[in-house]
Design a protein around this ligand. Structure first.
Ligand code: TMP
Length: 245
């Protein structure tokens, strides 16, 4: 399938039109940003790694009955995706306290949640720096209908169950992650964007070592090795004995 014009270039991906108006190509980049674009860098081979990890997870999800935009791989760094009208809300699903939640509620990172998963909504608005929204804000803004909100929230919970179990089988704790949804031409709510170490926090189940973009955000070193390790485990079959590997 041939790429036509570039439709969008973001911090980590480029989206191209194709000769089919319902199919786009998303090409993953090695560049990385953090803290609202103020920190910039490159993670070598991230494009390939995130493409392969996202492809595997989207396939797993569609086998589990979750509609996703993934249609197939296009190249090492790119996938064919269904065109969606994206919701202006990001859904963050949290199983363990980390990142901005630790700062917001004052729990230490790694603390357990009383009733996981905890789900948060963020407004996709660069000018406002993607603020956290409460239910009243969502209603006021009208960025999602109550029906969309409950359907997307249920899908987010299902994604958490499916990929959380998959990662657990591979010795990884799915601490938290961000999802984006859109509507396809038939009006179905569909999971879009990516699922990768850029958008998930993943900790080794034994050592609690961080194997995700926090290594870049926090200058922990070993960024490429962490992404490669997640890819290795994602592509391997599940085994209950990762530590003995
Ligand atoms: P946070 O703790 O910084 O709010 O991040 C929660 C999760 O969402 C974490 O897994 C990283 C992911 N995330 C993104 O994918 N994009 C973003 O812009 C932010 C802020 C977080």
């Amino acid at each position: 399938m041939s790429r036509l014009e570039k439709l969008y270039e973001g911090k980590a991906k480029i989206v191209y039109a194709t000769d089919d108006p319902d199919v786009y190509i998303q090409d993953f980049k090695d560049s990385a940003t953090a803290f609202d674009g103020t920190k910039r860098g490159t993670i070598l081979a991230k494009g390939q790694t995130n493409n392969a990890i996202s492809a595997r997870l989207f396939t797993l999800l569609s086998e589990a009955g979750v509609r996703t935009h993934f249609l197939g791989l296009d190249s090492d760094t790119a996938m064919r995706i269904r065109r969606l009208e994206m919701l202006k809300v990001e859904f963050v699903v949290r199983n363990v306290v980390a990142g901005s939640l630790a700062n917001r509620i004052g729990y230490p990172e790694g603390a357990a949640l009383k009733k996981p998963p905890l789900i948060e909504y963020y407004y996709k608005d660069d000018a406002l720096h993607d603020p956290l929204l409460c239910l009243g804000h969502l209603e006021e803004l009208g960025v999602v209908t109550p029906e969309e909100l409950s359907e997307a929230t249920a899908m987010a919970r299902k994604v958490n169950q499916v990929i959380g179990g998959f990662f657990a089988d591979r010795g990884l704790i799915l601490v938290d992650f961000k999802l984006e949804f859109g509507r396809d031409r038939d009006g179905n709510l569909v999971l879009g964007d990516e699922i990768s170490p850029d958008t998930c926090r993943l900790w080794d189940a034994e050592t609690k070592e961080k194997l995700d973009k926090d290594r870049f955000r926090r200058d922990l070193g070993g960024v490429e090795d962490a992404y490669a390790e997640v890819l290795r485990r994602v592509l391997a079959g599940g085994t209950p004995d990762w530590a003995g590997d």
